[in-house]
Design a protein around this ligand. Structure first.
Ligand SMILES: CC(C)(COP(=O)(O)OP(=O)(O)OC[C@H]1O[C@@H](n2cnc3c(N)ncnc32)[C@H](O)[C@@H]1OP(=O)(O)O)[C@@H](O)C(=O)NCCC(=O)NCCS
Length: 304
């Protein structure tokens, strides 16, 4: 077996997507592993946003056997989904995929990087520790049925460039250089969903990058908050209500969002608003750095 690591081409995407579902579905013990994350697209959406994502395929000859994706959020980077075809597990392929992933973080100049994984899996924790990622606080993947009571916020009143600049001003207060322009552009360019905004007089006070429905990362019947940031608790509460209003307007039954429990105030506010945890993961960060996670950080995003 000679494994070659190279970027994915468009015609690799169906097999990369199949392996992604098969690998997670097998690990989680689903009766039909290929039904994992049915209706959601986590692979093609990243591949189609090359300005802020790098893709890596592991090939045995011409046969794709695994893949990984690195995302650039300015001064922060994360990777995943990392998957290897089950009949190739425990042959060092994930480690081969992680080597160029670390190189791309260095090339992008990220100050901090992280990932989301299964806290109960000794293999996963050990694998990432080899690359200096260490387990930290739990990340709760939460959901709330969308109710009509959510207050709709007006659409952002300005150009794409203004939205990106004002969003950057919000994230910069969370962590210097944090910049999710790539996520915003991916959602708008690929029509994956909407960017929900909350204003405070003339400036942006909070925003959420929301995927909506099938063929986005949300999947059927859901709004998935891929990233959100707010300047304070009040604005964060208004943002959650606005995400719910988006779900109602778009006919989606549920709002889903991941929150790291290190962001204690945000986590408590979500619980108080009726969000319930569906799945528990753990954040691992390189060098055990804190990055932007902290008690007063009103930030959503699970790094999946
Ligand atoms: C997780 C996954 C990507 C790992 O891929 P892989 O190619 O099997 O992993 P590798 O063989 O490169 O590395 C595993 C390492 O963990 C080590 N390991 C496994 N269990 C361990 C334990 N209990 N303690 C210490 N080390 C352990 C292995 O020995 C190996 O290291 P080595 O090569 O030095 O021996 C793959 O199993 C997969 O696709 N799983 C389903 C999807 C998934 O969970 N993806 C990751 C989500 S975060």
């Amino acid at each position: 077996m000679t494994i070659d690591i190279r970027p994915l081409r468009e015609n690799d995407l169906p097999e990369a997507d199949r392996i992604f579902r098969l690998a997670f579905g097998t690990f989680l013990g689903l009766p039909d592993p290929t039904t994992f994350a049915a209706g959601a697209d986590l692979i093609g959406t990243r591949w189609r946003a090359p300005a802020s994502n790098a893709t890596f395929g592991a090939f045995d000859g011409e046969t794709l056997v695994g893949s990984n994706y690195a995302a650039s959020w300015g001064s922060f980077g994360f990777f995943g989904p990392l998957t290897v075809r089950p009949d190739f597990w425990s042959k060092g392929i994930a480690q081969r995929l992680l080597e160029p992933t670390m190189d791309v973080f260095a090339r992008w100049g990220v100050r901090q990087s992280g990932l989301f994984t299964f806290p109960q899996s000794p293999k996963h924790l050990a694998l990432y520790q080899k690359f200096d990622f260490w387990p930290q606080r739990l990340t709760a993947l939460m959901a709330k049925p969308a109710a009509a009571a959510g207050k709709a916020e007006g659409a952002f009143d300005g150009s794409r460039a203004e939205l990106l600049a004002q969003a950057r001003a919000v994230t910069d207060t969370v962590f210097a250089g944090l910049d999710v322009s790539g996520e915003i552009n991916a959602v708008l360019d690929q029509s994956l969903g909407e960017v929900v905004t909350v204003r405070d007089r003339d400036s942006l006070a909070a925003f959420a990058v929301c995927h909506v429905g099938p063929r986005s990362e949300a999947g059927p019947n859901a709004v998935y908050v891929k990233f959100a940031a707010a300047r304070d608790d009040r604005q964060f509460g208004a943002l959650l209500a606005a995400c719910e209003a988006l779900a109602v307007r778009r006919g989606m039954g549920v709002v889903t969002a991941g929150v790291n429990t290190a962001c204690h105030d945000a986590y408590r506010t979500m619980a108080a608003q009726g969000y319930r945890t569906q799945f528990t993961g753990v954040a691992m960060q390189r060098g055990n750095g804190a990055g932007y996670l902290g008690p007063g950080a009103y930030v959503l995003g699970d790094w999946r």
